[in-house]
Design a protein around this ligand. Structure first.
Ligand SMILES: Nc1ncnc2c1ncn2[C@@H]1O[C@H](COP(=O)(O)OP(=O)(O)OP(=O)(O)O)[C@@H](O)[C@H]1O
Ligand SMILES: [Mg+2]
Length: 456
């Protein structure tokens, strides 16, 4: 148990540290708000004692910052007599309790311990409900590959190792990242996610590293970057395959040295966030082609979690569908009880190139169109679709092929269409390679794509 004492008076800090020490509680002191912010980023604290009146950043602003950053440890406000009004404001900003100076040391430690106990219970309850709530927070799936993934997650929970999560779009990479954070020792710290592909290249560096005032025209204040924001928690670098080469070098340095320097800054700042990177690109191939640094790849690939496509673990479909339906019922106020056996068979036969996200979309539509408590195959709009690499399934063109739910033998044409779609998908739209795999010429493939109107 470690406590941060923020007070501008040296004597008070030392006195408190002494009392807490007698109770077996470790503590650090901070003499102002900024120092407190730095220490909170660098270490894990189980509670914070914050003086109300301090020069510079006052206690209330610090508490507001603590909550905005997502720190969830208990905060106790220290105030002098006659500051009750401010103490109330502090409670509204997220402090749990306040004590009045001059304080009774015994009362201080009792209150602290009680708050820390409540916090521990709360975390426990949240982890429990999270694991039963399913789709929003948990990783659903009992198939062998999913069990294996769950085992890896629990094994790395207490280590700070960097994790690389790969898999097709919609397979649950972000779910896995949040799960790792949620079960780890850093669970109380922030989970900071950045979509590398979604941030314009010229802004990416300052988003990640932050900057000092005056670092460039327009840098009117200081900006704290994602690496620092994630301190004491997890930094999720989504779509890492989209990271420009120039930044890959800097990223490698951060992973090696565990330090960053803000743009325009001079002093290195230690980074203690766990890094989880994800991508739906084939990083190994990118390394081979020279568009992703090999050294960075190995630094990221310390622990690898490879999410299988949904079509390779079809036995999870009924379970996932059940959890998704429950969630939809809650969200939309519908009362759909489940799927008919035929509907489940139809889902199990569907290729799901959009993976779990596609399943969610199909069920959402089905819940709206269902005209009874049970979903039948006729409201499942099962289309075979190809997603272009890096694009959202919802936006990509989809192509209608034969319904697969009636169990009838499929025509040669249908089989051909499916083979082409699979090959194109496997090669992320690369027609030359898809044609090679299919054993036909590129020209023939292009003709067939046009004939069956499969063009992306
Ligand atoms: N195993 C799973 N258990 C529960 N929900 C899941 C699972 N896998 C995926 N989902 C759900 O499917 C949707 C897509 O998951 P997620 O966003 O994690 O995919 P992704 O791999 O990050 O996809 P993309 O590469 O497109 O970003 C989410 O709504 C998520 O809740
Ligand atoms: Mg994602």
């Amino acid at each position: 148990m470690r406590i941060l004492i923020v007070d501008d008076e040296y004597n008070i800090r030392e006195l408190m540290r002494k009392y807490l020490g007698l109770e077996g509680l470790e503590s650090d002191g901070a003499e102002n708000g900024l120092s407190a912010q730095r220490q909170l980023r660098e270490h894990h604290y189980d509670a914070c004692l914050v003086d109300l009146k301090m020069p510079g950043m006052d206690g209330i602003s610090l508490i507001r910052w603590i909550r905005q950053e997502g720190f969830r440890m208990p905060v106790i406000m220290i105030s002098a007599h006659g500051e009750i009004h401010d103490a109330v404001t502090a409670l509204k900003e997220g402090a749990q309790d306040y004590i009045v100076k001059p304080f009774d040391p015994e009362e201080l430690t009792i209150r602290l311990r009680k708050l820390m106990e409540v916090q521990q219970l709360r975390t426990l309850v949240e982890t429990k409900t999270r694991s039963t709530e399913g789709i929003d927070e948990g990783l659903i799936g009992e198939s062998p590959p999913m069990c294996k993934i769950r085992e890896i997650i629990s094994r790395i929970a207490d280590s700070p190792a960097t994790v690389l999560v790969t898999g097709e779009s919609g397979t649950g990479k972000e779910v896995v990242a949040r799960q790792i954070h949620g079960v780890s020792a850093l669970a109380e710290g922030p989970f900071v996610a950045i979509n590398i592909g979604g941030v314009p290249e010229n802004l990416l560096e300052s988003e990640l590293f932050g900057y000092e005032k005056g670092a460039f025209t327009g840098a009117v204040g200081r900006k704290i970057g994602m690496f620092e924001l994630a301190s004491g928690g997890t930094l999720f670098l989504d779509e890492i395959g989209d990271m420009p080469m120039t930044l890959q070098v800097k990223m490698l340095r951060v992973l090696q040295e565990r330090k960053i320097t803000r743009l325009g800054g001079t002093s290195p700042i230690p980074i203690n966030a766990r890094i989880i990177a994800a991508t739906n690109k084939k990083l190994e191939e990118m390394v081979h082609e020279g568009s992703f640094r090999e050294d960075l790849f190995y630094r990221l690939n310390v622990v690898r979690i490879e999410l299988p496509p949904l079509r390779d673990r079809r036995e999870d479909i009924p379970l996932l569908a059940g959890v998704i339906l429950n969630k939809l019922n809650r969200q939309m106020g519908h009362r759909v009880e489940g799927l008919s056996p035929e509907a489940i068979d139809a889902l199990k036969a569907h290729p799901f190139y959009g993976n779990v996200r596609e399943l969610e979309n199909i069920l959402e539509r089905a819940v709206i169109f269902a005209d009874g408590p049970v979903i039948k195959p006729d409201v499942l709009e099962l289309r075979a679709s190809i997603s272009r690499p890096g694009t959202d399934m919802g936006q990509s063109n989809s192509t209608l092929i034969a319904q697969e739910d009636n169990g009838e033998a499929r025509s040669l044409k249908e089989l051909e269409v499916e083979a082409i779609i699979r090959a194109l998908h496997r090669w992320e739209g690369n027609r030359t390679r898809a044609a090679e795999e299919l054993g036909i010429s590129r020209r023939t493939l292009i003709n067939k794509i046009a004939e069956y109107r499969l063009d992306l």
